[in-house]
Ligand binder design. Structure first.
Ligand code: HAM
Length: 419
């Protein structure tokens, strides 16, 4: 007998690892710079967690979960997504009492018993970001911005952001009724799946891919016209902030997402083409913490499919080599320079310079020690005086020679020295 990897799964061979490493390190580098902390939760969880959290009538729970019964008689599930497990951990560890919001990221495998095809697997991997404990629209925008930064840094081109608001527990029930009324009258024209969905999950009729259902969706009442004041203001703020940041988006009033916990903002990143590929998806879920037994707590999150990002890198012929160690190290001393150094850090990163720092360390000696360990060629030292004078010290790590230059010249000077 010859064994093979189970259907819908695959081995990640050594020659493929550079892609995985590139994605993991890019995600980590960007999100940790924005204060996200890593969390790993178990790969299996109590099945009730997803029945409640993801939603009883979602495709995931109805058709795609790998459920098994343990010897002790418990029903467990290989996680089909991260979010409910992370919310469980938030409640279980009393993270409510930590400074809010809690920003968490995870990278790892998830399992869905779907029909395998190109870009769709049964064991696949996600990078997952959650911000729990704050309801402001800027958190939605921050997550969207991070996904933009991640895909851009990876070198993926031609993706779009689709965005919508699906309201909250105040306004959605009325809209849902309107939608059911509308579709009931057209029932016979719906595909078989949508006739089923009409009973259990009517919002999903809006994003059915069947041509006849799509036509009906075009004339259906639009959620945007039925948002309550709060949801409307929230959505407006999200869109205005995206405009301000220059992040392009497409309003898609048929975007509803396939998980039950979403409220207000929902969004997806898609690679356009003949068959659009969903690279990442997320949204706000202000009711989930309470639904799973915690105090009412707003939250928002997103997950990206790693296999899909890799496939985009390959089809766009993006060259991925082994990671090299950072050649520049940013040292900061004192409160003002620490704040300045965050901005400088982002500017240098934007200019394509790989920079390391040890923001948690205070003394120059301990920071230079880290720089030495990392094998950096140059240390940039931003002290109180330099922060006030808008200058910076460039230190050659080998010779120890130092030179003070105006801050606006630093990129040019570094590039010259690293040539
Ligand atoms: P999702 O849209 O179900 O959201 O999955 C996120 C991403 O996982 C998709 O955009 C896609 O790239 C990838 N993906 C999904 N299914 C497959 C598959 N069978 N094979 C390969 N890749 C796949 C969630 O999972 C939510 N938990 C996201 C979230 C986090 N919402 C709030 N917080």
């Amino acid at each position: 007998m010859r064994f093979q990897a189970p259907r819908g799964t695959f081995d990640i061979l050594p020659e493929e690892q550079k892609y995985w490493e590139r994605i993991r390190s890019t995600v980590k580098q960007i999100v940790t710079a924005y204060g996200f902390l890593c969390i790993d939760t178990p790969i299996f969880e109590n099945s009730q967690l997803f029945m409640r959290g993801t939603g009883l009538f979602t495709d995931i729970v109805q058709k795609e979960m790998y459920t098994f019964r343990t010897k002790g008689g418990d029903y467990l599930v290989l996680r089909p997504e991260f979010t409910p497990g992370i919310v469980r951990a938030y409640i279980e560890h009393g993270m409510k009492s930590w400074p809010q919001p809690i920003k968490l990221f995870s990278i790892g495998p998830v399992f869905r018993h779907e029909k395998p095809q190109a870009g769709r697997f049964r064991q696949f991997h996600q990078f997952n970001l959650e911000i729990i404990g704050e309801g402001g629209a800027l958190n939605d925008v921050l997550l969207i911005q991070l996904v933009f930064l991640i895909f851009k840094k990876l070198g993926i081109k031609g993706f779009t952001l689709q965005i919508n608001s699906i309201g909250c527990s105040q306004c959605r029930p009325d809209y849902r009724k309107l939608l059911i009324d509308y579709y009931r009258k057209q029932r016979k024209k719906l595909c078989r799946h949508c006739q089923e969905r009409l009973k259990l999950n009517p919002l999903r009729l809006l994003d059915c891919k069947e041509e006849k259902c799509r036509q009906l969706a075009n004339n259906a009442p639009q959620v945007i016209d039925h948002l309550c004041e709060e949801c409307h203001a929230h959505f407006k703020e999200v869109l205005e902030s995206l405009d301000e940041l220059g992040l392009p988006y497409i309003l898609n009033f048929h975007l509803v997402r396939g998980l039950d916990y979403y409220t207000k903002t929902v969004f997806e990143f898609r690679l356009e083409g003949q068959n659009p590929i969903e690279l990442a998806g997320g949204g706000r879920y202000d009711g989930l913490v309470e639904l799973l037994g915690g105090k009412p707590t707003p939250a928002v999150g997103v997950a990206g499919g790693i296999e899909r990002a890799i496939s985009a890198l390959k089809s766009q012929d993006v060259k991925v080599g082994q990671e090299s160690s950072p050649r520049i190290f940013l040292v900061q001393l004192g409160e003002l320079s620490r704040r300045r150094s965050l901005k400088l850090f982002e500017e240098l990163r934007n200019k394509g310079l790989k920079v390391a720092e040890a923001l948690g360390k205070d003394s120059i000696k301990s920071q230079l020690k880290v720089a030495d360990k990392l094998g950096a060629d140059i240390a940039l030292i931003l002290g109180q005086r330099e922060a006030l004078e808008n200058s910076i010290i460039i230190r050659d790590m080998k010779s120890g020679a130092q030179e003070t230059v105006p801050i606006e010249r630093v990129v040019k000077e570094i590039k010259r020295r690293l040539k």
